[in-house]
Design a protein around this ligand. Structure first.
Ligand SMILES: [Cu+2]
Length: 326
């Protein structure tokens, strides 16, 4: 991964840029109900953080999992992720809207969504056993002007939000939704793609019977995948969205404008072909709040006050994990 000690030090002196870089899901809206995300700037430092539907992580740098982590449990739901204690109800066929922090425009890449059946309570599930099937994907939308227009650009255009439809045909049960942006701005380098996975717990209710076959999180990607080792600054003849093919009933997500054939799923089938007219184009305002977003500014664990830099222990391990980029 790109790594520059000078940049790390300058960001430590001015802590805030680290906190606002990259991104995470701050909130989720389902059927008009607002659910808090796992607020990484604050929850890790609270004694009793609120119980939420989102999975906790230790990605306090708002960093990513790069190609060296595709076989690591961190790729499943981000660094050291643990299941959310709560679960949101949703009808099969319903839409989940995920609200991100401001996504950096430079971080072009696909947006993908998966479900995995918990076969029981998701709050105690063993993530290493979850088998994910893809329910939404949006890759390269328009490459007329490299680096092109990507799923991530649609996400930014939709006020940094993304809507994904739960297939109407899947059977009722408890599922983990794995929502992910893959940033390709450094993907010309081996292992340079950056995954930002975010997981939430859902209880899906419907009359469907589908139980699509899934893939373990640690088997979703290889660093040699065509869609993960790629130079997006040149004209591309097409783009293969990483991961297993879209399951039947899956869709292009809110970003898919579907006006080109540049997306190709890994199975060779056309990628985003489902129209998404029913999906919200702007974030739904919270009508029911299960958790009030704190108004206090994020509290870093320690702020260096002089030129002597002391790394907080958690940060030091993140650095070793290679979770920084600039
Ligand atoms: Cu970044």
């Amino acid at each position: 991964m790109p790594f520059c000690m000078l940049a790390v030090i300058s960001c430590l002196i001015a802590w805030v840029p680290i906190v606002i870089a990259h991104g995470y899901v701050t909130g989720i809206v389902i059927g008009g109900t607002y659910y808090s995300g796992y607020l990484i700037p604050t929850f890790p430092y609270e004694k009793n953080p609120p119980e939420v539907i989102a999975w906790s992580t230790t990605a306090t740098s708002l960093g990513f999992v790069d190609g060296t982590g595709y076989a690591s449990p961190d790729i499943i739901c981000h660094q050291n992720a643990k299941p959310g204690a709560k679960t949101a109800d949703i009808d099969a066929g319903g839409t989940v809207e995920l609200q991100w922090t401001t996504w950096p425009e430079s971080h072009h890449g696909p947006v993908v969504d998966y479900l995995a059946n918990c076969n029981g309570d998701c709050s105690t599930v063993d993530k290493s056993k979850l088998e994910f099937f893809k329910i939404g994907e949006s890759g390269l939308i328009d490459d007329s002007n490299p680096p092109g227009k990507w799923g991530s650009d649609d996400l930014i255009a939709k006020n940094n939000s993304w809507s994904v439809k739960i297939p109407t045909t899947i059977k009722s049960g408890n599922y983990v939704l794995r929502h992910e942006i893959i940033a390709l701005h450094s993907a010309e380098n081996k292992d340079g793609a950056q995954s930002y996975p975010q997981c939430i717990n859902l209880k899906v209710t419907g009359s469907g019977t589908d139980s699509p076959p899934g893939t373990l999180g640690t088997a979703l990607y290889k660093d040699t995948d065509a869609g993960l080792q790629i130079n997006i600054y040149q004209k591309l003849s097409g783009y293969t969205i990483p991961g297993p093919p879209l399951c039947p009933g899956g869709s292009g997500g809110s970003g898919g404008s579907n006006d080109s054939n540049t997306n190709t799923s890994s199975s060779g089938q056309p990628g985003s072909t489902t129209t998404t007219s029913a999906l919200a184009t702007t974030p739904v305002q919270a009508t029911t709040s299960t958790y009030k977003q704190p108004t206090a500014p994020p509290q870093p664990p320690a702020t260096p006050t002089s030129s002597a830099i002391t790394l907080p222990s958690g940060l030091a391990s993140n650095l070793l994990d290679g979770s920084y980029s600039f």
